[in-house]
Design a protein around this ligand. Structure first.
Ligand code: HEC
Length: 614
């Protein structure tokens, strides 16, 4: 999806295109005829319009921390205006953009600013937006400059008008002819953008689909275009791939393709650009501006920039032997946390059919422990990563209950889960002869598969001082109307006793869009622990706080989140349906776990086989 220059001539070109219907031979099979006729009708309709380049998808955070993904923006037309703080032309355009949104908003036009200036951050952008009276307009921060680079934008003031029907550009250039660098007319004589929108909504061809934008030159890190500093494949690209991608993208690991040579990576270069610009890879969904996490696997801005620049330069090979060809990625040991004390094994190999949607399986598994004890770590070893979607283990009787009265989630795994020992000195109680209910969600992959997943339990040798618990915060009472793209929901929980918060884990299903974890401190202070602006059902991450934070008894936590039940949500199984809480992935859940430790009373029975319930 490399940028190709906008073809101004496309209107004429498609108008000249001979009608397809003209060469349909007689006595064609009727459905082919119907198809060809439909195509011809379609081509005649689009020929009248100026169909310029299609803009491929991207996702950027705005000044409020909301993820704005181009191909999911609502309305009929998206106006992107490239801006930078303190740029005179961009500042002068602010009232025009505000007016534009007021005039055209109700007709289905959305105005979005994009700031690709390396000098500006969220704070300074918010400040200037206040000053200019445009705080209500989303200002997307193009931190890596990848979007500006991809779209070939060189100056602020450049406006790109995109129709959402097919994401093609219907106008590109200046808002009007009032400003050029260092000079201005008292009033514009040509209002290009307004005229383009008027023509578009009147279904007339756009008279001037392209003009030259005048504004401040955007400084691109590492240069832009053919004169830019070449990125070195061996010295810069490979170390980065090795550190951030290869653990999954290697033979035998979860990534769908292996980064085993320059040729392989080069072949995927455009796809790499796409997954970086849409924030799909590496899989990590937290807003980097809120909270620090010890298991953060994202790329830094500089790293993403290096990869994007390399792709933009045509993914040059450079000098030196290809380190990827000789790279040996150790297959992780069977049990990375060491040999478990207890292994929960499925009683029988699970058979997974080639296709279809499967119900959750609930499988009874006995731990076989003759004494009660405390567990200090669990490790899920999915037997077949092609089909295991998630595994949740709960103790049926004699284990801990959570505050909702349910058997506490003892162990949980989904792709992207971090599997580390519980915080030091903390454990989960394992009753004697523990009976587990393992909920396993299998997804089909096109061929028949089998699975023998296992779960390792690690007993604590010493008596824990704390209990580790995943405290669920839920809201069951929601209804997602069909087609609703932005249904926001919240849930609350008051902590009954002092705790220390170690991690949070969002959980929604396919319509889940975003989630935010807040602590409402007793002094009235609100603290955002983690914000997940682009929730991805495929990656059920826990966000482990780099600095665990105490929560005093009586503290409320607030969970907020949003669902997208519209057709623009590509994962939506059925946008026609009203959706409520339910187990299956085509139902929804609104659930966030706060993973905490509680101090155990001193009289708590010991660990290592002698303990009873706390
Ligand atoms: C935790 C494992 C993991 C890591 C780390 C990871 N990937 Fe992926 N990647 C996957 C999986 C699984 C898929 C396929 C499913 C999906 O798209 O979510 C994928 C898909 C992709 C695709 C798209 C393939 C397609 O056709 O849809 C690209 C490109 C890609 N990854 C590049 C990268 C790059 C570049 C990095 C490092 C910066 C990276 N990945 C890091 C697991 C990973």
């Amino acid at each position: 999806m490399r940028h190709s220059p906008l073809s101004d001539s496309s209107t004429q070109a498609s108008a000249r295109r001979p009608s397809i219907a003209a060469w349909v031979p007689p006595r064609l099979h009727p459905w082919i005829l119907a198809l060809v006729t439909a195509l011809a009708a379609n081509s005649a309709a689009t020929a009248a319009e100026a169909r310029l380049d299609e803009v491929s998808n991207f996702a950027l955070l705005d000044q409020r921390g909301h993820m704005q993904e181009l191909h999911r923006l609502p309305g009929e037309v998206v106006v992107l205006f490239f801006t930078a703080n303190e740029c005179p032309v961009a500042r002068q355009c602010a009232p025009k953009l505000r007016e534009l949104q007021t005039r055209w908003g109700s007709k289905g036009v959305g105005v979005y600013l994009v700031n690709a200036s390396p000098a500006d951050d969220r704070r300074s952008i918010t400040k200037e937006a206040y000053e200019l009276g445009i705080w209500h307009l989303p200002i997307l921060k193009d931190e890596t400059q990848g979007v500006a680079r991809h779209l070939g934008v060189k100056r602020t003031g450049e406006t790109i008008v995109i129709r959402t029907r097919d994401w093609s550009v219907i106008y590109r250039g200046a808002i009007d002819d009032q400003w050029v660098e260092g000079a201005a007319k008292p009033a514009p004589t040509e209002r290009y953008l307004d005229s383009a929108l008027e023509s578009f909504f009147a279904q007339r061809p756009i008279a001037t689909p392209r003009t030259t934008a005048h504004g401040c030159v955007i400084h691109f890190e590492g240069g832009n275009g053919p004169d830019s500093t070449p990125v070195d494949y061996v010295k810069e690209v490979v170390p980065l791939l090795t550190a951030k991608c290869v653990s999954c993208h290697s033979p035998g690991n979860v990534g769908p393709w292996a980064m085993t040579s320059y040729r392989k990576v080069k072949g995927m270069a455009s796809m790499i650009e796409e997954v970086l610009l849409t924030h799909r890879m590496p899989p990590w969904d937290a807003d980097p501006h809120l909270g620090k996490f010890s298991n953060d696997s994202s790329l830094t801005v500089a790293e993403a920039q290096t990869l994007l620049r390399w792709v933009n330069q045509g993914a040059p090979r450079g000098e030196g032997a290809d380190p990827l060809e000789s790279l040996h990625v150790p297959v992780p040991p069977e049990w990375p946390l060491g040999t478990p004390d207890i292994v929960l094994k499925l009683p029988a190999t699970q058979k997974i059919p080639a296709t279809g949607v499967l119900d959750y399986r609930h499988i009874k598994v006995y731990a076989g422990n003759s004494n009660a004890g405390w567990v200090g770590a669990t490790y899920v070893k999915p037997g077949n990563r092609k089909v295991v979607h998630h595994i949740i283990g709960r103790i049926k009787e004699g284990g801990q209950k959570d505050h909702l009265g349910e058997n506490e989630m003892f162990v949980g795994w989904a792709p992207g889960s971090t599997q580390a020992p519980f915080p030091k000195g903390a454990g989960k109680f394992l009753p004697k002869n523990a009976k587990f209910d393992l909920e396993i969600h299998y997804t089909t992959c096109g061929s028949e598969q089998t699975d023998d997943s296992e779960i390792g339990l690690y007993l604590l040798k010493e008596r824990p001082t704390h209990r580790y618990e995943s405290v669920p915060v839920v809201n069951y009472q929601f209804e997602l109307p069909p087609g609703d793209a932005a249904k926001d929901i919240e849930g609350f929980h008051c902590f009954p006793k002092d705790a220390v918060l170690h991690a949070v884990t969002p959980h929604m299903h396919l319509r889940g869009r975003w989630m935010k974890f807040d602590i409402l401190r007793p002094d009235g202070h609100r603290e955002t622990v983690a914000s997940i602006p682009r929730y991805d059902f495929n990656w059920q991450h826990s966000y482990v706080l780099a600095q665990p934070t105490p929560i005093k008894a009586g503290t409320w936590v607030q969970l907020t989140g949003g669902f997208d039940n519209s057709a623009r949500n590509p994962a939506n199984p059925d946008p026609q349906k009203t959706v409520h809480w339910g187990e299956q992935s085509w139902d929804e859940m609104f659930l966030g776990w706060y993973q905490v430790t509680w101090a155990l009373p001193p009289e708590t029975p010991g660990a290592g086989g002698t303990g009873g319930a706390p």
